[in-house]
Design a protein around this ligand. Sequence first.
Ligand SMILES: NC(=O)c1ccc[n+]([C@@H]2O[C@H](COP(=O)([O-])OP(=O)(O)OC[C@H]3O[C@@H](n4cnc5c(N)ncnc54)[C@H](OP(=O)(O)O)[C@@H]3O)[C@@H](O)[C@H]2O)c1
Length: 326
Amino acid sequence: MSTRQEKILLTGPTGFIGGRLLHALDDAGYSVRCLVRISETLTIKGAPLKQKPGIVYADLLEPDTLSQAMEGMDVAYYLVHSMGGRSIRETMAFAERDRRAATNFLRAAEQAGVKRIIYLGGLGETGNKLSEHLASRQEVARILQSGRVKTTALRAAVIIGAGGASFELVRYLAERLPVMMCPRWINTLSQPIAVQNVIAYLVGCLDRPETAGLTLDVGGPDIVSYADLMRIYTRVRGLRRFLFTVPVLTPRLSAYWINFITPVPAGIVFPLVEGMKNEVICRENRIRELIPVKLMGMEEAICTALVETEKGPGKLPSQQACFLRR
Ligand SMILES: NC(=O)c1ccc[n+]([C@@H]2O[C@H](COP(=O)([O-])OP(=O)(O)OC[C@H]3O[C@@H](n4cnc5c(N)ncnc54)[C@H](OP(=O)(O)O)[C@@H]3O)[C@@H](O)[C@H]2O)c1
């Protein structure tokens, strides 16, 4: 059992996963310091950042800002990626930025004597056919695990929850298009997981010291294609939709098209769509014994996300997910 004495540094608290994890760690009684990039306008849990205690302003791409953030911390969560921007061009160098961010983070953690890093990255097998996004998520895991700090790397496929980039893609497409032209890889298999289950695993790692240093796959109980995911969504919502595949739809073309239909920027859509070529299925399930949680099936996960969506902006930690800022 954790003593709840550990001091925790949380990166990405303005993001989809980090925002929810902040609430969960708070509820579990942990003392959390949030690392955020400078912003006058962002809020966490309804309060302006500058008025909240436990905030440290830093940027993983600015190594000089990190020592203060890491000082006195026992555990550091790494919930950051560098994809984004309104165009594919803006997101192009994300892998290089993520390489630098992970290297800076590890170095600062080592210098500060941080005992554990917990990272949430992506599933997908290694090899030269892996998309740049998935390869980059694995590279970040390798960098973080190459140092003296014991790093737990959780690997997930699509995470279902209101405000999550992948879920919002499915939601907007299904809601707006009665007929959908889909790329061939809409039939690729994936093992999505509900965000509530991911958060339970991320918190659970703290209570389970034996997870330190391990790489663990996390997935829900259902293995489905992206087309199945869309069908489950439309069934749950009672929508009548037609999906058909078009052989010529490249990831770039799909990204621009999806960007036109949904508020998710091309800089996020392109790497995600490119990653849909790769099967993302758990290769092992040790986490289920280490941290038993009741896993949600896809229908339940989607229903839960829809209920959260209904609550409207302002009530969810994920409201600040970058694509919802537009
Ligand atoms: N969402 C999914 O479906 C999914 C699936 C599998 C794995 N994951 C993993 O989960 C983790 C979190 O993803 P997410 O979906 O929560 O992403 P997100 O909502 O886009 O949030 C990303 C966070 O990273 C922060 N950030 C980016 N660059 C930074 C930098 N240089 N310095 C400090 N902070 C920086 C952002 O801060 P700003 O607010 O300042 O931009 C934001 O808080 C990632 O490692 C991702 O690979 C997510």
